[in-house]
Ligand binder design. Sequence first.
Ligand code: CO8
Length: 260
Amino acid sequence: MQYENLLIAIEDGIAVVTISREKALNALNTRTMTELGHFFGEAAHEIEGLKGIVVTGAGEKAFVAGADITEFSSLSPEEGMLFAKRGQDVFFLIERFPKPVVAAVNGFALGGGCELAMACHLRVAGEKAKFGQPEVNLGLIPGYGGTQRLIQYIGKTKALELLMTADIIGAVDAHQLGLVNSVVPSGAEVLNARELIEKIAVKAPFAISRIIESVNAYFEEGLDGYWKEVDAFGECCGTEDFKEGAAAFVEKRKARFQGK
Ligand code: CO8
């Protein structure tokens, strides 16, 4: 698929995905959501030697300022449900991606933008990043998982406050609340996100994929997270990486994992 609104740059095994609709503050229109779905559902799985993915926004002002309001201002209830479901499915592809996905939040992360950042496994925020779920200003609620994931990160008390007041918070507050992993100088978001991926990339890749699956299982209806962990632990025991990790410990050397 030819991307119009995503720029993909792969360097040293890290793919940087830049949402590139700067004039609309990188708002997520249907085309962009389709491209994200294609990338995380298909293209990224084909990248040889991929260590992880950074998601960011073009320009200095916005990560993503939300879903594209011009596209959904006249949706019927049925169309609205379809829109939200399709968006949620795309964000599940990100959340369930087997390698680390880090949001490098370089500005406004509002509405669907905050939801996109929350679907990533980790979030690095620049000092000027701003987060919020302002949908109630439009007569809406979040539709891309915001009511569910915000609770997971910051708890019900603060989540309800942000969702109902539409307050926009800065990077430091987002960090204190547990919404982001770290706050870095503006302009250094992608670099720091890359460093985080490099740090994870020396660990056993199969085990990392099972960490993602097991943690996600805690929040998925119908799944027993403890049983998922038992199952995944057993799978890890059958890997070459486990043999290598244990041997390296005994031999007092660094492990060289192959992801097998
Ligand atoms: N959609 C479309 N265009 C946008 C969006 C957006 N979300 N945000 C900004 N833009 C456009 C503006 O219209 C403007 O375009 P133009 O230059 O052609 O007039 C351009 O970007 C620059 O924006 P501003 O001039 O407004 O810049 P300011 O610095 O004055 O303000 C803000 C920046 C505060 C970020 C402001 O643009 C704003 O409030 N944007 C909207 C934020 C918002 O409400 N986001 C939530 C949208 S709803 C949502 O995301 C729901 C997700 C689930 C959807 C489920 C589907 C049914």
